[in-house]
Design a protein around this ligand. Structure first.
Ligand SMILES: [Zn+2]
Length: 296
């Protein structure tokens, strides 16, 4: 309950600053998020009452993103930033808060137990806050629908507190989103029921929480967040051959050369999975289908 109390305290602080800055009555809340799936979550809950800006635009990398001067200026007009724990947030958070003392920073990792990232992967930009000493935690918490329910609860609580006039609407929308997440979760379980315990090879380890939720083992090609060197690449190729890897999954955002090298060596197919799609529910279902087809 400590986390909830902390959120309430943070919200109260935000509200105090808020009222002193004076959001005009009837004005729409303006919200920032880091990535497109979060935009989907906020818009599902907020309906038309909130305008949402996304920091990392499509095609850019959430590992190394740098906000544009225009985005830095737009933050001055926003009331809330929903953080999710990406490396670029850590690098920019202090500056954003210093330039915008009125901006309420809400961490949607609260209530979520982070896992260490697969492959000793190290996202550029440094630590991830709650990581234990020497352990890099996996920031891709939006790729498990079960964990998204918790993120949605944080978003809903925040909007309902900042905009109590529309509280009932937010809560109702939140419940509908949870129903959809539960339905997708059930469907993914059924899609993946025959590939339990199987390994799937990815270039970038975005799917760790997804793998944990559905009984799969993610094997990344990236080492420490970087392209593997020649020796590491040879080891990965050996591993892929031993394991009979037939598919290598790559995100559309990255340089996939090493993935293609491994694929050629073991005659595997390269298939794209998008960890940042805005059509969140459909994208998770097609991800599950692609993995089910790729690991058989
Ligand atoms: Zn990533």
């Amino acid at each position: 309950m400590r986390r909830v109390t902390a959120l309430c305290a943070a919200l109260m602080m935000g509200l105090l600053l808020f009222s002193s800055c004076g959001l005009a009555a009837g004005k729409r809340l303006s919200v920032f998020v880091s990535i497109l799936p979060q935009k989907y979550f906020v818009e599902r809950i907020a309906g038309g009452y909130v305008s949402v800006s996304v920091m990392v635009h499509p095609g850019a990398s959430p590992e190394t993103y740098e906000p544009s001067p225009r985005q830095m200026a737009e933050l001055a007009e926003a009331q809330v930033y929903f953080l999710i724990g990406l490396p670029f947030e850590d690098a920019w958070l202090e500056r954003i808060q210093r330039n915008n003392p009125h901006l309420l920073m809400v961490d949607t990792r609260q209530g979520i137990e982070l896992r260490p990232i697969d492959g000793g992967h190290h996202h550029e930009g440094g630590g991830h806050g709650s990581a234990q000493q020497g352990e890099v935690m996996d920031p891709h918490i939006w790729l498990s629908p079960v964990l998204v329910k918790r993120q949605a609860e944080t978003i809903c609580m925040t909007l309902a507190t900042l905009d109590p006039a529309n509280r009932d609407e937010y809560k109702q929308n939140y419940r509908l989103l949870v129903e959809d997440l539960d339905a997708v979760d059930r469907e993914i379980r059924s899609i993946l029921k025959d590939v339990q315990g199987k390994k799937f090879m990815v270039f970038h380890p975005a799917w760790g929480y997804f793998a944990d939720a559905y009984g799969l083992i993610q094997v990344p090609i990236e080492v420490e967040g970087k392209e593997p060197n020649a020796r590491e690449l040879a080891q990965i190729i050996d591993f892929a051959r031993r394991e009979g890897i037939k598919t290598i999954f790559v995100p559309s955002q990255s340089n996939i050369k090493p993935a293609e090298t491994v694929a050629r060596a073991v005659q595997a197919e390269v298939v794209q999975l998008d960890p940042l799609a805005e059509n969140y529910l459909d994208n998770l279902l097609s991800t599950a289908k692609a993995i089910a087809a790729g690991v058989r």
